[in-house]
Every structure is written in structure tokens, then in C-alpha cells.
Design a protein around this ligand. Structure first.
Ligand code: FEO
Ligand code: CA
Ligand code: CA
Ligand code: CA
Length: 539
């Protein structure tokens, strides 16, 4: 336990690092997880790890810098046409979920598949350039009188399903209308679960559009979960007639069937959803771990009522419609149910369960959820079932570099209402990483981490230069030591790391680069999806 520091919370808002005497043991329970490889099956054990690449260094270079022997190719960029209807790849690429083309037959095809990509936000400044609108005099309150701009903003957000294939050594977008399609700011989407049709969502059973799609995950039945994070588009961008209660949910999309309705699952609560990491409880129900990406917000899990059926895909489509949402209280090391019927603290402040779920942040505080330092991505370790949570930062508390916390559910069961936890790695000069955001595991249990901060040559992040991608062993001699795999172009955040099952390709998104990857008619850096190849990613 020498390198492991335990975190305890002195109160609900202040964190103190203290050494503790007990450790997190490896879980013996069901470690089945959905977000990496092999259709949710842990794929091969083995002692991690040394990096199979020579790490790169921090740099200001305006390029996606990779270790010697690795190369990238761009698969799709903002504005690229993806189908014969003329629909375009959206902006601000985030989250990449790769589905082997033979997923539904249980296959692990690593050179052809479907990819779901999130498009996190619009970039109105860039669109004004394209439309010849003077940004200096533009007022967002008047957006309704700029219908072309509003249309571009609505088309830029949501997500894309694209068919991709490796040909002659490079990954290409396949123009295939059977698959390629957009979910955007106008798509009709069904609400499911307790808040559907409720007063809390102003009676809505169907809403229009998905927004703020940050990270997410893959379900055990091969659909994508896309998480709505910052959704205040009325106040942020001036979208007219905007109902905030229709956004801030977890969205489920079937990449294989364009006819399946896109759904927002209200049972998973409404907040600034970063991601959704799915696993199974001992008795075969589904667990979904979720972060609320804001300083002083909480860490959640959802447990379904129904059990996962590995033999019948269709039977799983309503699993996320009913279950229990919990919030973590770190001081008590307990999960607390946000259940109106059984909790008097909720009964005195909320009208019903729909109200609790629609205002999950307030409900979490009412029952003692611990305020954390921007809970972003969560992943379940493929071998031991521990749960890794990225806390990006909380500058208001002087936590500028964040940390990654590892939770161990009691008895190795995700259904357990208690847990222990420790800091896996703290950001800052000692570790060399800062502001951890998206996480992804490889089959050996190495944790891949991307960073989210904005360095200038004279701010607190100056020494870290451009945002990077790191591989961190979670066991063995290099436990907790970050190895830098990539450095992003200037001004960007690298997002959405996802490995193919054979671990010969790493997909990444380059989000909001300053000037890198422009194109004729697009005189600015374009967000894009890239495929990285050249060597092994784990050994
Ligand atoms: Fe959209 Fe949580 O970063
Ligand atoms: Ca993120
Ligand atoms: Ca992730
Ligand atoms: Ca982020």
C-alpha cells in the first residue's frame, strides 16, 4: 500500500488527503463491463505492464504528436458529408464508441465497424465567419432573426453514426446510407421512465434534439449511451423557446437500426452528465456509473430493476427505463438511493419521483451526496471491477490539477450500498498529468487518460503545454506512472479514446483545435475523429 494514499472527506465540501491503513483488495466479483472490448467480457488477464511505446514529451507543437512508429489519419471532420441526404459530421467531436461490424453476432471485427461520435457544442463564432455575420455586433438574444445561424448550430450538435473501414492501412468513412446518420438539435426523441409525461418536464413525452453530448459509453447489448452535459443553450447561445428540463439526460441510440427511436432515459436522472459506464451486479442486473461534470457536484450510479439477458438483445432495450438512482456519500462510504417513496428528506422537498429525477442535483444534496471536484469520466477496471473516477479540477477550492479516484464496491458487487476508495493518481508536477477527463481501459488493465485544460504561456498550466493522452498502468512495477502517448494540436482537447478489440487502432477525437485541420470554406481549426495505428497499445 506504499504508494496508495487514501482520501477521506472531512466534511461534504472539503477534501483532505490522509494516509490510511487499510487497502483496496482485488475484487473477486463479476467484472463484466461494457466499455472495453470483447462485447463486455474481460479479455485475458496478465500482469501489466510496461509501455510498448517510447513516450513523447510535453510540447506546444501545433500537431497531433505521437511516439515514433505511430501515425494517424483523419476519418471525419466537422462539415464532412456523411450520407446521400447531405447530412454532415457535427462539431466538437467527443466520445468515440466503436462497434465491430459483426457485434450483433458476437464478433470482434477490428477493421470494420460503426462508430458513434458525440458532438458536444456548436461554435457560433466560426459559423458567423462562414455566413458573413459580424460577430462584434451580433447579440445572441436576436438569434431567432438569424435562421441560418440557428440552423447551423442545431446541425452541429448531437451525434453521428458512421460506418468505418480500414482500407490500404488507413481508416475511411464508408458512404453507407444504411448506417450513416445524424442525431442533432432537432431529432425527435422519446422520454422514458418516471419523468416521461410528468409535470417536472412540462408534460413532455417526446422532446426535440440532443445537446451537450460529452462522453458516454457502450451498453452490454451494443447500443451507444450519449450523455447530455452543459445544456443551457437558451442562456449560452440564445436558442429560442428553450425548455431546460428536456435536456441533461442520458440518451440511448441503436447504431445498427436507424428505425429504433432515440430515447432519453429519465430513470438515470438529469444533471450535467459526463458519461455512463456500464457493468453487471452479482445477480445480473445492470449498473451504470455516472459523473456530474461541475465543481461541487456528485457521483452517481443507477441499478436496473431488470436483469441483463445475454441471449436476447431486444429483451434488454427497456432495462434503462426502470431502476434506482443512487448518489455517493464518501464520508459514510455509502450509496444513497434517490427514492422519493422511501426517503423523508425527499418527500419534504419534492413533489414526486419525476421531480426528484428531473432535479437530481438538488435531490442529491438533500440526501447528503458528497460534493466533488468535477466528476467526469468513470470506467470499470476490466479485471478487478474497481471503479475509476476522474475528478478534473475545482479551481474554486484551489484544486487546479484534479485526481483519479478508485472505488471498490463492498464484496466486489456493484449492487452493494457501500464502498471504499483511494486516490489512484493526483494531478500536478509529481505525477506529470493534469486535469484528467476521459478514461478508457485496455485489455491488460492499463488506464488511458486524456486531459482537459487550457494552457497559455503564462497561466497555471503553462508547464503542461498542449493537452495530452497518457497510458497509466494500474498494476505491476509501473503502477500509477503516466506514460505520455500523444500531445494534441494547439488549443485542442483530445477526447474519446477507444481501442479496437485487437488493440491495433486507437480512435481519438481532436476537439476545438485553434487552427489545425482547416479546409476550403472552413477557415478555422476543425474538430475531427482520427485513427491512430503503428504498433501495439498494450503489452
Ligand atoms: Fe464536456 Fe465534461 O467535458
Ligand atoms: Ca469530457
Ligand atoms: Ca470513457
Ligand atoms: Ca472536458
Amino acid at each position: 500500500m506504499d504508494r496508495r494514499l487514501f482520501l477521506t472527506y472531512a466534511g461534504s465540501t472539503t477534501a483532505a488527503l490522509v494516509a490510511a491503513s487499510t487497502g483496496i483488495g482485488a475484487l473477486t466479483g463479476n467484472a463484466m463491463t461494457a466499455n472495453h472490448l470483447m462485447n463486455g467480457q474481460p479479455s485475458g488477464q496478465g500482469k501489466p505492464l510496461t509501455a510498448p511505446f517510447k513516450p513523447v514529451s510535453r510540447t506546444w507543437e501545433n500537431e497531433l504528436v505521437l511516439p515514433n512508429g505511430y501515425k494517424y489519419n483523419i476519418i471525419a471532420s466537422y462539415g464532412d458529408v456523411i450520407n446521400s441526404k447531405g447530412e454532415k459530421f457535427g462539431d466538437a467531436a467527443d466520445l468515440t464508441v466503436y462497434f465491430p461490424i459483426d457485434s450483433l453476432e458476437g464478433g470482434n471485427h477490428s477493421e470494420e465497424g460503426l462508430i458513434w461520435v458525440n458532438h458536444e457544442f456548436p461554435e457560433p463564432g466560426n459559423y458567423m465567419k462562414m455566413l458573413g455575420i459580424n460577430e462584434a455586433t451580433f447579440k445572441k438574444e436576436n438569434l431567432a432573426s438569424y435562421p441560418e445561424l440557428l440552423k447551423m448550430e442545431k446541425e452541429a450538435v448531437g451525434g453521428s453514426v458512421i460506418h468505418v473501414k480500414k482500407e490500404n492501412g488507413e481508416w475511411k468513412l464508408v458512404q453507407n446510407d444504411a448506417y450513416n446518420r445524424r442525431v442533432d438539435g432537432t431529432t425527435p426523441i422519446e422520454l422514458t421512465g418516471p419523468a416521461r409525461g410528468s409535470k417536472a418536464v412540462n408534460g413532455a413525452t417526446k422532446v426535440f434534439g440532443s445537446l451537450g453530448n460529452c462522453s458516454g459509453g457502450r451498453t452490454l447489448w451494443n447500443t451507444a449511451l450519449s450523455c447530455e452535459e452543459n445544456t443551457g443553450y437558451g442562456s449560452s447561445y440564445g436558442w429560442p423557446n428553450f425548455d431546460e428540463t428536456h435536456y441533461g439526460w442520458v440518451v440511448e441510440v441503436d447504431p445498427f437500426d436507424p428505425k429504433k427511436p432515440v430515447r432519453k432515459h429519465t430513470a438515470l436522472g438529469r444533471f450535467a452528465h459526463e458519461n455512463a459506464a456500464m457493468g453487471l451486479t452479482e445477480d445480473g442486473r445492470v449498473v451504470v456509473y455516472m459523473g456530474d461534470d461541475k465543481g461541487d457536484e456528485c457521483f452517481y450510479k443507477f441499478i436496473s430493476d431488470k436483469k441483463f439477458n445475454p441471449n436476447n438483445r431486444e429483451a434488454n432495450f427497456d432495462i434503462l427505463e426502470n431502476g434506482t438512482l443512487y448518489v455517493a456519500n464518501l464520508g459514510k462510504q455509502k450509496w444513497i438511493a434517490l427514492d422519493y417513496a422511501s426517503n423523508s428528506a425527499l418527500k419534504s422537498q419534492f413533489a414526486d419521483q419525476a421531480d426528484v429525477l428531473t432535479n437530481a442535483r438538488a435531490a442529491a444534496k438533500a440526501v447528503g451526496g458528497t460534493k466533488l471536484d468535477r466528476p467526469e469520466d468513470v470506467e470499470i477496471h476490466p479485471h478487478d471491477g474497481t471503479v475509476f473516477l476522474a475528478l478534473t479540477n475545482n479551481s474554486g477550492h484551489g484544486n487546479f490539477h484534479g485526481q483519479i479516484v478508485r472505488f471498490a464496491p463492498a464484496n466486489g458487487d456493484h449492487a452493494s450500498d457501500s464502498f471504499t476508495f483511494e486516490v489512484f493518481i493526483a494531478g500536478g508536477q509529481q505525477s506529470g498529468i493534469t486535469c484528467p477527463d476521459n478514461l478508457h481501459f485496455d485489455s491488460k488493465g492499463n488506464l488511458w487518460v486524456v486531459e482537459d485544460y487550457g494552457a497559455t504561456e503564462d497561466n497555471i498550466y503553462a508547464a503542461y503545454k498542449n493537452c495530452g493522452v497518457f497510458m497509466i498502468p494500474t498494476d505491476g512495477k509501473s503502477y500509477g506512472v503516466p506514460h505520455q502517448f500523444a500531445s494534441g494540436p494547439k488549443g485542442c482537447e483530445v477526447t474519446g479514446p477507444w481501442l479496437t478489440p485487437d488493440e491495433r487502432t486507437l480512435f481519438l477525437d481532436v476537439q476545438h483545435p485553434d487552427t489545425w485541420n482547416p479546409a476550403p470554406g472552413y477557415d478555422f481549426g476543425r474538430s475531427c475523429l482520427v485513427a491512430v495505428q503503428g504498433g501495439s497499445f498494450s503489452k
